[in-house]
Design a protein around this ligand. Structure first.
Ligand SMILES: [Zn+2]
Length: 190
């Protein structure tokens, strides 16, 4: 075996370590259990003697359930496009446009003035909504590749991570720095 054995930088052992990616892939229900049991049995013999037997079992462990652990160790989420938030503006445009149409249909002088005003407001709202959508599209085009590149880098690091059950933290063997589980997300972004 030419490869150097992977050990936890915190405790210096390898008996409690697992690859983070395989732990998460398994996603098993629990890592260890804590249970206590106590039982009593009574016996009644045919000659009249009675007996009582007691059994006690205690299994103690460190009770982090693996589903929680998988959640804590889960890979960084892939960034996606920001959905345009213009539905409210578009609805406003629609309502004002409709009111303007009714005002024009009424054909009286006052209604016509109101119709022109509402039409102008509707055009303004449409312009706002349109430019905002454009801006968001542009942001998606420029920001998303950056965020995706950061995510891919974080994923490459995540795939190398090991988890030590004894110290409840992760480490990258090549780097040898121990990271408490709560700081994993920040660590992956570095
Ligand atoms: Zn350790």
């Amino acid at each position: 075996m030419a490869a150097q054995a992977v050990v936890c930088p915190q405790c210096g052992s390898n008996d409690q370590i697992r690859k983070v990616s395989s732990l998460v892939a398994e996603g098993v229900s629990r890592i260890e259990t804590t249970s206590r049991g106590f039982g009593a049995t009574s016996t009644y013999e045919s000659d009249g003697t009675t007996g009582t037997g007691y059994t006690s079992t205690t299994t103690m462990g460190y009770g982090t359930s693996q589903s929680d652990l998988s959640k804590l160790l889960t890979a960084p989420e892939k960034p996606s496009e920001t959905a345009p938030e213009v539905s409210g503006l578009l609805f406003g445009t629609f309502v004002f446009g409709l009111m303007a149409m009714f005002a024009f249909a009424a054909e009286s002088g006052a209604a016509l003035t109101a119709g022109v005003l509402l039409g102008a407001i509707s055009a303004g709202l449409f312009y706002l909504g349109y430019s905002r959508t454009k801006r968001q599209q542009k942001e998606n085009q420029t920001q998303l590749p950056v965020r995706l590149a950061e995510w891919e880098r974080a994923m490459r690091r995540w795939r190398e991570l090991y988890y030590c059950r004894r110290d409840h933290g992760v480490f990258e063997p090549a780097e040898g720095r121990f990271v408490p589980i709560g700081e994993m997300a920040d660590y992956l972004q570095q």
